[in-house]
Design a protein around this ligand. Sequence first.
Ligand SMILES: C[S@@+](CC[C@H](N)C(=O)[O-])C[C@H]1O[C@@H](n2cnc3c(N)ncnc32)[C@H](O)[C@@H]1O
Length: 253
Amino acid sequence: MWDPGKYLRYADERARPFAELLNRVDADKPRRGVDLGCGPGHLTVRLIERWPDAQVKALDSSPEMVAAARANGIDARVQDVRDWVPPADADVVVCNAVLQWVPGHEELLPRWAEALPPGAWLAVQVPGHQRSPSHQLVREFVADPRWGLDGEAQVRDVLDPMGYAELLEKAGCTVDAWETTYLQRLHGPDAVLEWLTGTTLRPIRAALNDERWADFCAQLGARLREAYPMRPDGTTWFPFRRVFFVARTRQAA
Ligand SMILES: C[S@@+](CC[C@H](N)C(=O)[O-])C[C@H]1O[C@@H](n2cnc3c(N)ncnc32)[C@H](O)[C@@H]1O
């Protein structure tokens, strides 16, 4: 279950990649914008602000997130991105920080690109954290039989920018792909654990009872504090790599 309140605790840090992604979408007068995996909808609002004449729709598989998005005035519905079929007028499609949760998303992307109208924009961002100590530690803990965690709690891999560029070029798109490492300045004790709890650790939280979750956090927290020491002013630097790609479907001749 997603907790919109917890997710929004780092709203500023999470909004920046979305803004940088959107900056590379050069759509003039899109008819429809779609936010796939809209979360609490606070970023969907940016689509409406940017293209006030477009019909902006959103979807998310979490009923809690959809309720939060609707409370933010977004036209959102509960749907899995795997079941989404691009409508013929979807000129801008944004999918921010979602596909890392979707196994097989490499097959979805070309399917979407082929179904989108000519000249449409598909803008995607995924955390590219395979090499970060935080996610290597989470993987190590998940693989430890002591916790009895199954496949649902796995930290999934994403592709590199070139992997996504090749995938979408093959589907006939022009692709702009890049990566950025943000040096997040987190506050308070166990700041990295707290950050991960709102996203990456969510399936693990769901799989463990309260007592085992407390134990898991205590042990992971200790390892994370070693990997990301707190600075004398009480803040912690947390480098976070993100992978971006903006694909434009072939324009009509
Ligand atoms: C990290 S949040 C990102 C939310 C929003 N896009 C943002 O940038 O703030 C990930 C969102 O993806 C949604 N999600 C995960 N898997 C999904 C799926 N298969 N279909 C639709 N939404 C999904 C979650 O419910 C959650 O709201």
